[in-house]
Design a protein around this ligand. Structure first.
Ligand SMILES: [Zn+2]
Length: 400
């Protein structure tokens, strides 16, 4: 398992500086809430913070009958505001085996398999440095595990001065779990530091929100994601650029998309353009139906296909305004982009972008994916219903 330290958090200078300040000062709040979109590094930061807090080079291991008294002085050269990454506590925290680190996360599946499911996820997290938590709708932080944890909290920490409880996606709990948790958070002089993470803060009860110190995480810059994919994951440049553009600032999303052969997926999505622009509904309908892998994840697949088209159109606009090759997301198809850009007026590109924007909004409705795709694509080549000028777009997302 890769041991990420607070000083190494990807693209999150604000939280990194703040948390290191907390560690250096040694004064911890009872609870922290890490807020921000999914996949921007909140969970990684929470575990890094926990390790920094538990690291022995600063705290020294608890004296046990004089045996460790010699080791209690901070090691020379050890960081005052971060985990050392080398001591026994750091190692065990990284392996999730430190007795004073509790880590809760949502799980799905049957209660009788719970131990196996939890152990399996923890093992995957240790083995795969790019592991991404993916939950289904029903996944939740299990009541039985919270109960067990709360029983343990009644005792003193085993080794460290404080124990850390990290709760990933804390919005996936039941109401009565929050009230139990609240008692622990409110306890003065508690020896437990809670770190909750959430991408959906509005689902947390106000009582919890008001008692946590909040740490905000921003979406990651596209370039940061691209560099990470190229340098750390070994993704080829043209694919990394596309993934970063599709990620919406979420590294987890980029990593998930990487598993699905994004370039091929893009090419299949873009292949639909040809019959659409030719204005051949029969051929288009056939082509759309050929993509019947929409299945259970239908809306997500559809959203992605629309996004591929949006990125393509934005490339056309960029090319139209003379953007260099590096600016193009689909730079592996540069010749085609330049050729199309030459033939298409910016106003027409914007009109198409609006059709797609509108389609993204209707995806949440009860339209079958095939029909939604078909109707949007047919309109890509369609004429405007009236001669009125198109209204200005509220977000002007293409203006770059
Ligand atoms: Zn350490």
């Amino acid at each position: 398992m890769t041991v990420v330290r607070l000083c190494e958090l990807l693209g999150q200078p604000g939280p990194s500086t703040f948390l290191r300040g907390v560690v250096a000062g040694g004064r911890y709040a009872n609870a922290y809430l890490f807020l921000g979109a999914a996949g921007v590094g909140k969970g990684t930061a929470a575990l890094a913070f926990a390790r920094a807090l538990l690291c022995e080079t600063r705290n020294g291991p608890k004296a046990q009958g004089g045996l460790f008294e010699e080791a209690a002085a901070p090691a020379p050269g050890a960081p005052a505001d971060d985990a050392c990454g080398a001591c026994s506590a750091c190692q065990r925290a990284a392996q999730l085996t430190h007795p004073d680190l509790k880590f809760l996360f949502p799980v799905s599946g049957e209660e009788k398999d719970l131990d196996k499911t939890v152990a399996g996820t923890q093992q995957a997290l240790r083995d795969d440095p790019f592991f991404v938590f993916n939950y289904d709708k029903a996944a939740s932080i299990r009541l039985s595990l919270t109960r067990e944890l709360l029983r343990e909290l009644a005792y003193k920490p085993y080794e460290a001065e404080r124990r850390v409880v990290v709760v990933r996606d804390a919005d996936r709990m039941r109401e009565d779990q929050y009230s139990a948790l609240l008692k622990s958070i409110e306890e003065p002089g508690a020896s437990t530091v809670w770190v909750l993470t959430t991408a959906r803060a509005s689902r947390l009860p106000a009582t919890i929100l008001s008692r946590c110190q909040r740490v905000r995480f921003a979406p990651l810059p596209e370039q940061t994601i691209q560099q990470f994919l190229e340098q750390r994951v070994g993704v080829a440049n043209r694919e990394a650029r596309l993934l970063a553009a599709l990620s919406g600032g979420s590294l987890a999303r980029a990593l998930t998309l990487r598993d699905g052969e994004p370039l091929k997926e893009r090419d299949r999505a873009l292949a639909l353009l040809e019959p659409a622009l030719r204005g051949d509904p029969a051929a288009l309908w056939k082509a759309v139906q050929g993509l019947t892998n929409f299945g259970r994840a239908g809306r997500e697949v559809l959203r992605r296909m629309v996004e591929f088209h949006q990125l393509w159109l934005r490339d056309l606009l960029r090319a139209r305004y003379g953007a260099p090759r590096e600016e193009l997301v689909n730079r592996d198809r540069e010749t085609e982009i330049r050729r199309q850009a030459e033939r298409t007026e910016p106003a027409e590109i914007r009109r198409r972008l609006m059709v797609l924007e509108e389609m993204l909004r209707t995806i949440e409705g009860n339209v079958t994916p095939e029909l939604a795709m078909f109707s949007a694509l047919s309109r890509l080549s369609g004429e405007r219903p009236s001669g009125d000028p198109w209204p200005p777009h509220p977000t002007a997302r293409w203006d770059y």
